[in-house]
Each structure stands twice: as C-alpha cells, then as structure tokens.
Design a protein around this ligand. Structure first.
Ligand code: L3W
Ligand code: SF4
Length: 422
C-alpha cells in the first residue's frame, strides 16, 4: 500500500499479519458490530440510507435503499449474499480487501445480517483465487470461535470461474447449483432471490464499508466524497503508471490527483486513454484528467464510474488492439442466453481481429457500429452492453486507428516492445 487519502478500508493493510482477528481487534475491529447490536434493525437500515453509501460493484445503487426493499419478515429465511466474483478486466479491489483484511468484510456481513434479519449469509468468491478462499475460511472460523457471530452462519462458496456469475441473478443460480445465467428482473433479488427468498446481494467493498459507517456515523461519511456520491473508495490504478496499486480516496477525486499519488505516467510517456471503471466503462482520454471521479462526474463525461478500475494506457498502445483483447474476453464470457450478445460478440470479434491485422475494410467499421448499436440496450443483461462499450467509445475517440486497420496491422503502428511496462 502506498499513499492513501482516506485510510478506512486499507488502514491496517501494512500491519503485521493484518488478516488475523488479533490484529483487526488491536485496531478497533468488531467495535462497530457491538455498537450495531445496540441498534434496532430498522435504525441500522436508516443509518446506511442516510450515509448515502452506493453499491461499490459497478452500478452504484443506494445500499440502504436496497436493504429497505426486503418485504416484512414472514418467519421464513432471508439471505445476504456478498458478490465477491470480481472478474472484470482491470477490476482488482475486492481481492486485496479480502486478502489483507477479511475481518472487515466479515464484520460488515454480521452488521448487515443484523439489519436485514438474516441468519445465513453467503460470500460467493470467484473460484480461481484459492488463496483468498482459504483466507476467508480461516477468518470466518476465527470469528465463529471467538463467539462474534452469535449464531450467524457464513458460507464461503467458490464459483467455477465464469464472468457472468458476477451478474447477481446468475450468481444466485450458480449458488443454487445450476448453470449461472441471468434471471429476468423483476422480481429483484430483494423480493425473490436465493431459493426464491428475499435476498440482499451486495459487493465486497459495499459491505466492508458498513463497519466504518456504523462507527463514524452518516454525517462523517457524507462529509467525504460529493453530494450524490458520498464516502470513500478504492481506486485501482494499473497499466502505465509508475506505482500501480490501490489508492483509497474520497469519491470525486480526479485522475490527475490520483496520478500524482501514483508517481505519474511512466518516464518519458504521456497519457493516451484510460477506463474509469474496468473494461465495461467507456474509455476516456487525456481531455478528462480533471473530471471528478464520482457517479455524476464520470457520467457527464460519457462514461461510468463502475468499479474504479483505472486502466492507464500511454501513447505506445494501440486502441484497436486493446479493444480487440476486451472483445475476446466478452465473446468468451458471453453466456449465450440472448441473441444480441451471443451472436454480436462473435461478429465484433471477427471484425476486430481483421482490423488488428490490417485486413479490415470500410464496411467493417460500419459493421462494428451496426453490431455494437444492436447489442446496446437489447441484451438480457449488462454483459452485452459492456461488450458494445469499448467498441463504441474507441470509435468515438480514436476512429482514425480503426480506419488504419483497413490497411496497416496494429503491430506495425504500435510495436509490442514499446507497450511493455517500463
Ligand atoms: C430492488 C429495484 N432492487 C435495481 C438493484 C439490483 C442490483 C443493483 C444494481 O450491474 C453494473 C453493470 C456493469 N428493486 C431495483 C433493485 N436494484 N433496481 O440494484 O442493479 P443494476 O441492474 O443497475 O446493475 P447490475 O446488474 O448489478 C452492475 C458494471 O456494474 N460494472 C461491473 C463490473 C464488474 C464487476 C466484477 O468484476 N465483479 O463488478 C462495471 O462498471 O457493467 O452496469 O443489485 O438488484 N427496483
Ligand atoms: Fe448472456 Fe450476454 Fe445475454 Fe447477458 S447479455 S444474458 S451474458 S448472452
């Protein structure tokens, strides 16, 4: 961990054995849970509502409002499911939270469960990160043995490595033992989720932010960030920056400020393009260095804050090649349920490969626009839109590079060696 402006989530990452219960408690861990247990569930929901916390998994839906959508208790089970299936290209904030401080997540799970009346919570983790799975299991056991969970059962479930299982309803199908494919919404999980019971599905960072809110209060949290995007969050800088890593800061910080913390673009190079929140968010350019990185500021620039996965590319990188790699990913991960995404990602990939190899035609560029336009808004879930996004924003900002793909291979215009990290 390097510089951080609001060390709440990352405050103990540099401490010795930061992932253990002993270290977490030395730094005040589980005090928030004790305080939360003094509050009525409805007051906890109101507190999180008043804090303005918005979902940190990409969509930014107000967390307290989501909790309040659960129908009144009817005697049957209600579930909390933590979405820890972090798989978006560039997105890499939840794994560090769970590795460095799993107890802040577990404390958040316990508080949220108290707020919504849940007795069995699940953490759905992407299957590839076996080391995180082991760490979470060990931390849950520590919390149980210390008597902190008071009967709350927490199941850590490792998925099988499909990006679509990060979509909340596909995740629920997968958790139920079925092939992960999105369900029709409504009903939203809040009404009919896991085993058709009321279920809150929240991202790791959202839940890990809850203990801080309980201790600091709603006013403290709204005092950070901007009026409609309260609080702090992890900004993950990767790519051509001198010090890539996680930077915790209030929402509304700018890329220019974050680059200062990260030591700037690598020596002798300049910013060309970047994603504000992973490959699903339209790319931006050096014209957007000073936009506030909050939900409204990024939307105003034509993109989305998403997961704050800032992938930074300098002038040695071919936009066509970057978009082509992203399309390979979406084509591979399309679950195949709906036609626009299943067929559209296939055709986007065919055309992008031609352009990358310098074998494209002007008709190919029109095909890209047509296919991307027909995927966007017509797909069953957000993965389809996500696949159209890099193509559309790439064309918007760097059309000439796509046109160059009609006669020159990307490797000749942008040799691989120049793109290597310094
Ligand atoms: C009850 C209503 N609940 C909405 C809930 C809904 C969900 C949340 C947001 O996609 C985005 C996507 C990716 N009653 C409700 C309601 N809800 N209306 O609010 O819902 P939604 O549909 O806006 O978004 P989503 O399907 O959760 C998430 C973008 O995030 N993204 C994704 C990154 C990837 C990862 C990863 O790797 N793990 O997070 C990045 O930008 O494109 O737009 O809970 O139920 N009336
Ligand atoms: Fe599956 Fe893609 Fe359709 Fe989503 S948009 S349901 S991932 S085929």
């Amino acid at each position: 961990m390097t510089d951080t402006l609001t060390p709440v989530l990352s405050d103990i990452w540099d401490a010795d054995r930061s992932w253990t219960l002993a270290t977490y408690r030395e730094h005040g861990g589980y005090r928030a849970l004790a305080r939360a247990r003094e509050l009525a569930p409805a007051d906890l929901v109101e507190l999180v509502k008043a804090s303005g916390l918005r979902g940190r998994g990409g969509a930014g839906f107000p967390t307290g409002l989501k909790w309040s959508f659960l129908p009144p208790p009817d005697g049957g089970p209600r579930y909390l499911v933590v979405n820890a299936d972090e798989s978006e290209p560039g997105t890499c904030k939840d794994v560090p939270v769970m590795l460095a401080n799993p107890h802040v997540l577990i404390e958040g799970v316990a508080i949220t469960s108290a707020a919504i009346g849940c007795e069995h919570a699940f953490i759905y983790l992407r299957g590839e990160v076996v080391h995180v799975y082991r760490r979470l299991l060990a931390a849950v056991r520590e919390a149980e043995e210390a008597g902190l969970l008071q009967g709350l059962r927490i199941t850590v479930h490792a998925g099988a490595g499909a990006y679509i299982c990060g979509e909340e309803t596909a995740l629920l199908d997968s958790l139920e033992g079925r092939r992960g494919q999105p369900r029709l919404k409504p009903p939203f999980p809040a009404v009919a989720g896991l085993y058709a019971r009321p279920t809150v599905v929240n991202n790791v960072e959202s839940i890990a932010s809850v203990p801080g809110i309980v201790l600091g209060g709603a006013e403290w949290f709204t005092g950070l960030g901007t009026p409609k995007s309260a609080g702090h969050g992890l900004f993950s800088l990767s790519g051509h920056v001198r010090r890539p890593g996680q930077y915790e800061a209030p929402l509304g910080i700018t890329l220019r400020e974050l680059l200062e913390l990260a030591g700037g673009i690598r020596e002798g190079h300049r910013l060309k393009f970047w994603t504000p929140g992973g490959s699903s968010t339209p790319i931006l350019t050096d014209a957007h260095l000073d936009i506030p990185l909050d939900y409204e500021g990024v939307a105003g620039a034509g993109s989305m804050l998403g997961t704050r996965a800032l992938q930074i590319f300098d002038e040695t990188v071919s936009v066509v090649r970057a978009v082509s790699r992203w399309i390979d990913f979406y084509k591979h991960e399309s679950c195949g349920k709906c036609t626009p995404c299943r067929e559209g990602t296939y055709w986007l990939q065919q055309v992008m490969h031609r352009l990358e190899e310098g074998r494209g035609t002007p008709e190919d560029i029109r095909t890209l626009e047509d296919v991307a336009g027909n995927i966007l808004g017509r797909s069953f879930c957000a993965l389809g839109d996500a696949a159209a996004t890099p193509v559309q924003s790439g064309l918007e900002h760097f059309r000439e590079e796509f046109e160059a793909g009609c006669h020159t291979p990307a490797r000749d215009l942008f040799p691989y060696e120049a793109s290597a990290l310094a």
